[in-house]
Structure formats: structure tokens, C-alpha cells
Write a protein that binds this ligand. Structure first.
Ligand code: GDD
Ligand code: MG
Length: 359
């Protein structure tokens, strides 16, 4: 079975981490995030995956090559100019092996999911659908595509990123994973940007196509923001998010090879310590991701944060809800709180940043 994975986005909301690394290639629980998704596809019987790339395609090919290490055949197609989600699907059509009526799995490249893909394909086949969408239920659907269905499971509308409360007609959202009949992909217009959410799905519904929605109540998270990225990594390490791609035993923390954690340091809440990273005595890391070679000195506290490759924090510094780009150096005795992002290479002197709310 063929699958297409859309990985062409720029990952804007995850800057500065995505300045050098495309979002799906950021390390999540010790492997590039995309590995978790590719293994899930493989486990469900997919044997041929086409990566639809645009932004920094070379990072994907350099790591995954022909896919043999994962037991997959991998193909790559790169857009010179981004073609959007629908354009990115259409653009790889000549690499597909499926016949016109056969199913092709299509997925966004930034979702962490426990969804049952075999079940999705079975629903698609059983309903004789043109397209079947996997749906998830979330508390706040505003950042997603809303997908109401009727009592038979047919999709009745597709409302991408609703702007008004009147548009919030359901808690079912597009989980970014679909099964398309191959012939539907052939009919997406070629050579220009197309949004599958704003053009293809509404067009199919208007034309009377059979578009089914299958609600899956398993684990689901879009890793598009720093908060979501940290949450997803935490859930992988804690075993809440299923994956067959974890590099080793996990629990409260995942410590990768060559990392050094001093006695008396505390690693909690699904923390990852990257290869070659160093954690000093008395430091406390909670729900945090240290990329390779990052350094946390003694007594520092790092919560719900990401420290890029080689980034360092000095003794006693507190980070909470922060993103440090690669190589950032934060001196001792600083306090950086929620939402702060520091761009690669920046240096913050000892005691230079404090947080004191205006009371
Ligand atoms: N090839 C290619 N070309 N891929 C692209 C392009 C492009 O021009 N633009 C975006 N992508 C890829 C991204 O890399 C990502 O994997 C996927 O398409 C979706 O893009 P996002 O930017 O992450 O979209 P979103 O999260 O705001 O919304 C989408 O996903 C939600 C679920 O996570 C939509 O599909 C929503 O309807 C959906 O609910
Ligand atoms: Mg997304």
C-alpha cells in the first residue's frame, strides 16, 4: 500500500527550532519525529511512502535515505515553490503504484497519533468512499479543520480554522490523516497551489462525492507549537503516546547514549536528555527536551522547555515554558519564563534576565 506524507511546511510556529531543521525532523524521544509516524505506517501494512517535501528537503534524504532501515521503500518529491497541502499530494501522483480505485493513505507529517490505520482503510473500503477522513475530538477546535458528520458517517461540511463561534458546530476535527481513492488524487489540479482543506474537500462535498469521517478516540496531537511539541515528547517518554520507534526503555525520563547526568540531578515528567548532553548536580528537569550536547549546570531548573543542540544554562537558572535555539548560552542566575524563545547563537550574561510580575 502507498502512503503520502506531507512534510513541506516551514514550521513557523516552532521557530527558532525549525530555522535549520524541518518540523518533522526535530528529535522527539530520541529519534526524528517523523520516524514515529513512518513506523506507524509500516506497522499498518504500508510498504511504499512518498515524502512530499518543500522546505529543506535535504535533511529528510540525508537521514532516511531509501527507507530500508525502517523496512519501507521511500520516495521523495520536492516542490520548487510550495504547492500547499492539496498541491503537495497531487505533485507526487506519478510515484504512486495504486490502481485508480485502490486506497492511498495520506497524512500530515506533524501528527503524533495512536490511530488505527487498518481500521481507517477498512472503513474506506467498506463504505466505497472517494475519501475517508480520520477525525479526532478536541476541547478547543479553533486551530483545526472542523468536520461534522451525519448519522451514517458521511461528512457534511469542512470548515478550516473557524473564525466565529457560530462556525463551531462540532468538536470533531480533521486529524490530518486520510485515505484517498487514487483517482481522486489524479483529479486535483496540477501545477498550482491547492489547499486540500479549503478547496479539495469542500469541492468534493459540493460535487456529491462519498466523503466519510471516521472518529478515532485514540491518542492524537498536532506538534505544531512549542507547547504541543513538549507535550508530545513527554507523552512518548511516559508511554502515553504509542510508538514502535522509541530508541530504548523509557519511564520518567529517556537518557540517550553518551549523556552524563550527575548524581542528585532529578529527571521527571517525561524528560529527554539528548546524546552527549550534560546535567549537573542538583539540577531539576521536568517535562523537558534537551537536544544532543545541551548542558544544564548544577541547581538549574528547566520545566516544559526545549533546549536546542549545544544550548547551555548556567547554575541556578530557571527556564519554564521556554525554547532555546541551537547553541544559545544562558548564564547563571537567570529566570526565563513562559513563551520566551531565544534565537540560535545568542548569549545571555549571568543574572541578566529576571522575571518580576507587576503586582
Ligand atoms: N508538500 C507540502 N507543501 N507540504 C506542506 C505544505 C506545502 O506547501 N504546506 C504544509 N505542508 C505540510 C506540513 O509540513 C504539515 O505536515 C501538513 O502539511 C499540515 O500543515 P500545518 O501547517 O501543520 O497545518 P495545520 O496544523 O495548521 O492544519 C492542518 O492539520 C490539522 C491537524 O493537525 C489542517 O489539515 C487541519 O485541517 C487539521 O485539523
Ligand atoms: Mg500541523
Amino acid at each position: 500500500m502507498d502512503a503520502i506524507v506531507l512534510v513541506g511546511g516551514q514550521g513557523t510556529r516552532l521557530r527558532p527550532l525549525t530555522v535549520t531543521t524541518p518540523k518533522p525532523m526535530l528529535p522527539a524521544a530520541g529519534v526524528p519525529f517523523l520516524t514515529h509516524l513512518l513506523c506507524r505506517l509500516c506497522d499498518a501494512g504500508v510498504d511504499h511512502v512518498v515524502l512530499s517535501t518543500s522546505y529543506r528537503p535535504e535533511v529528510f534524504t540525508a537521514h532516511f535515505g531509501d527507507g530500508a532501515a525502517l523496512g519501507l521503500e521511500l520516495d521523495y518529491v520536492t516542490e520548487e515553490v510550495p504547492l500547499g497541502t492539496g498541491g503537495g499530494i497531487r505533485n507526487v501522483v506519478d510515484r504512486l503504484r495504486a490502481g485508480p480505485d485502490e486506497p492511498v493513505v495520506v497524512t500530515n507529517g506533524d501528527v503524533l497519533t495512536g490511530l488505527d490505520l487498518r481500521e481507517l482503510v477498512a472503513v474506506h473500503r467498506g463504505g466505497g468512499a472517494d475519501v475517508t477522513l480520520c477525525l479526532s475530538r478536541v476541547q478547543d477546535p479553533r486551530a483545526f479543520g472542523l468536520v461534522p458528520t451525519d448519522s451514517t458517517g458521511r461528512v457534511t461540511a469542512f470548515l478550516e480554522k473557524p473564525q466565529t463561534s457560530a462556525e463551531i458546530v462540532t468538536d470533531q476535527i480533521n486529524a490530518g490523516c486520510y485515505v484517498f481513492a487514487r483517482s481522486v488524487i489524479d483529479r486535483i489540479p496540477a501545477g498550482r497551489p491547492v489547499s486540500v482543506e479549503r478547496e479539495t474537500f469542500p469541492g468534493l462535498l459540493q460535487g456529491g462525492a462519498t466523503v466519510l469521517g471516521h472518529v478515532d478516540d485514540g491518542y492524537w496531537l498536532d506538534l505544531g507549537t512549542p507547547t504541543a511539541f513538549v507535550t508530545g515528547c513527554r507523552d512518548l517518554v511516559l508511554g502515553r503516546a504509542p510508538s514502535s520507534a522509541l530508541p530504548g526503555p523509557t519511564g520518567e525520563a529517556l537518557v540517550l547514549s553518551g549523556a552524563s547526568v550527575a548524581a542528585g540531578a532529578v529527571l521527571a515528567g517525561g524528560t529527554t536528555v539528548g546524546a552527549g548532553a550534560v546535567v549537573g548536580s542538583g539540577a531539576r528537569l521536568d517535562g523537558t527536551v534537551l537536544f544532543d550536547e545541551a548542558v544544564v549546570e548544577g541547581g538549574a531548573v528547566v520545566r516544559r522547555s526545549v533546549m536546542g543542540r549545544g544550548a547551555s544554562v548556567g547554575a541556578g537558572t530557571v527556564l519554564s515554558g521556554v525554547v532555546l535555539g541551537d547553541g544559545v548560552s544562558v548564564g547563571a542566575g537567570n529566570e526565563l519564563l513562559d513563551g520566551v524563545r531565544v534565537w540560535p547563537g545568542a548569549q545571555i550574561a549571568d543574572g541578566a534576565v529576571r522575571f518580576s510580575p507587576d503586582r
